[in-house]
Design a protein around this ligand. Structure first.
Ligand SMILES: Cc1ncc(COP(=O)(O)O)c(C=O)c1O
Length: 458
């Protein structure tokens, strides 16, 4: 039991907040880490300790932790029009500006934008639109949504149902009945001996096709996937994976939702993961770096085919009966628009194309470390996997908590990364420099060495 001073922020937190993705019993005993302020890609706790945040918060703080320029935009917008909604044909200019800009930079022709406040809500909306679309075109039974094992699309009831994370379904009575999960492209862990990436990708696409056929193609309406899997472990797919998967989706006329919540706005070295992997989705959800994480906003883009079906529904039903009070909130859209201007001015995509390969090269060197089995990534996103025996690809017994050990040593050395089981995902703020990447590597080396010493002693 950690000592928590009465009336401290920690004590008040314990008495008042339920934390997401937290062991609630441990939290009562240990209390929270209090983050007090941020500067560039660093955050400081209440004791003044500085951490390099190689996770960009939750993959979102693309411009780091403080921005005078975005603060001014929010301030000015609040003074002028601090709230507005988009219900019943009401609009405001910041929302229109942002929608136009998104349609202009979309990786494939898109027709319209729906705003929400989070990635979960964007994906929830996309799932509802799969159902709505098929109802509109006279195929109301084409309702099943296929996601992937280990895929993550959010915490609302439908978006977590589409996610393939069993730990997030347990005791919630989820997923909902119409959701299925196909194989996920974790080549390093799941390939059979001698299987090439190409053969593995074919096997993944065959598994998807077998699932669609087994379920009945007339019942499968949508497929949702991240171009690169984030919360599944920072997993980049084999090069030919997406071509093969999309051929199956086209064959059975399954709507494709690209979840760009992490990949959008430069993370993979192009504006969209869909560009990096040549995806042709019908809908694209985005959030996080859309506002540099500084305002809660998400945007779902839909193509003309989906929009035309929605028009048919309005002809039939009248109202498009869906929406959120804060969807298209002018402070969020103004800040997002300014964020996209900053990306343009900084040539953020060009910057990621310059520093991304450097990060991949620096982190790839860790493949020599006795704990590390695999390192691969794209742009400014890298996944690293720790293995008990690299030669035989044998993972650690999860009960040893090796990932947690590295996490705690990394924090001792002032480094924050994202730990998912025994995988580490790196997704620093997009503004990261080569010198800061060297700093990540130095801190990581110390954390891995300390863990290796601990693992060997036990
Ligand atoms: C790929 C992906 N989709 C959706 C979400 C959910 O976004 P939010 O937490 O904003 O609801 C996340 C969150 O991490 C994500 O990584």
């Amino acid at each position: 039991m950690t000592y928590v001073a009465p009336n401290s922020v920690q004590a008040r937190d314990i008495a008042s907040i339920v934390h997401p993705q937290t062991n609630l019993v441990q939290h009562l005993e240990q209390g929270p880490v209090v983050i007090s302020r941020g500067e560039g890609i660093y955050v400081f706790d209440d004791s003044g300790q500085r951490f390099l945040d190689a996770a960009a918060g939750l993959w979102c703080a693309s411009l780091g932790y403080a921005s005078e320029r975005l603060a001014r935009v929010a301030y000015e917008q609040m003074r002028k029009l601090g709230y507005a909604h988009l219900y019943r044909s009401t609009t405001n200019e910041p929302g229109v500006d942002l929608a136009e800009k998104l349609l202009q930079i979309a990786p494939v022709p898109m027709s319209k934008v729906l705003f929400q406040c989070s990635g979960s809500e964007a994906n929830d909306t996309a799932i509802k639109l799969v159902w709505y679309y098929h109802a509109a075109i006279g195929k109301p039974n084409k309702r099943k949504i296929i996601g992937r094992k280990m895929g993550y699309h959010g915490s609302t009831s439908a978006s977590i149902s589409a996610s393939g994370k069993a730990d997030m379904h347990a005791d919630f009575g989820l997923p909902f009945p119409d959701f299925r999960h196909t194989e996920y492209p974790h080549y390093y862990r799941l390939h059979t001996d001698g299987e090439t990436e190409e053969q593995f990708a074919t096997r993944m696409a065959d598994a998807l096709e077998a699932m669609i056929v087994a379920e009945g193609p007339d019942t499968v309406g949508g497929f949702i996937a991240e171009p690169v899997m984030g919360a599944g472990g920072g997993l980049t797919p084999p090069r030919s994976y997406w071509g093969k998967m999309q051929a199956v989706l086209r064959k059975y006329d399954v709507l494709f939702i690209a979840d760009e919540v992490i990949c959008g706005f430069g993370r993979t070295g192009t504006m969209w993961g869909s560009e990096t992997y040549d995806l042709k989705p019908d809908m694209i959800s985005s959030a996080k770096a859309l506002s540099a994480g500084m305002q809660p906003i998400s945007a779902l883009m839909i193509n003309e085919r989906v929009f035309q079906a929605m028009l048919d529904e309005s002809r039939k039903l009248g109202n498009f009966a869906h929406g959120f009070t804060y969807a298209g909130h002018p402070v969020t859209t103004a800040v997002a628009m300014e964020t996209l201007r900053i990306y343009d001015e900084m040539d953020m995509v060009g910057h990621v194309q310059r520093v991304g390969p450097y990060m991949q090269q620096v982190l790839a060197k860790f493949a020599d470390h006795p704990l590390v089995g695999d390192v691969r990534g794209v742009g400014l996103l890298t996944g690293m996997e720790m293995m008990a025996d690299k030669a035989t690809r044998t993972p650690f017994d999860p009960s040893r908590g090796v990932g947690r050990m590295v996490d705690s040593h990394a924090r001792e050395h002032g480094l924050i990364a994202r730990f998912i089981g025994d995988r580490i995902a790196f997704s620093p703020p997009l503004i990261v420099t080569e010198a800061e990447i060297d700093d990540i590597a130095a801190r990581l080396r110390r954390a891995l060495d300390a863990t290796w010493a601990e693992v060997r002693t036990n």
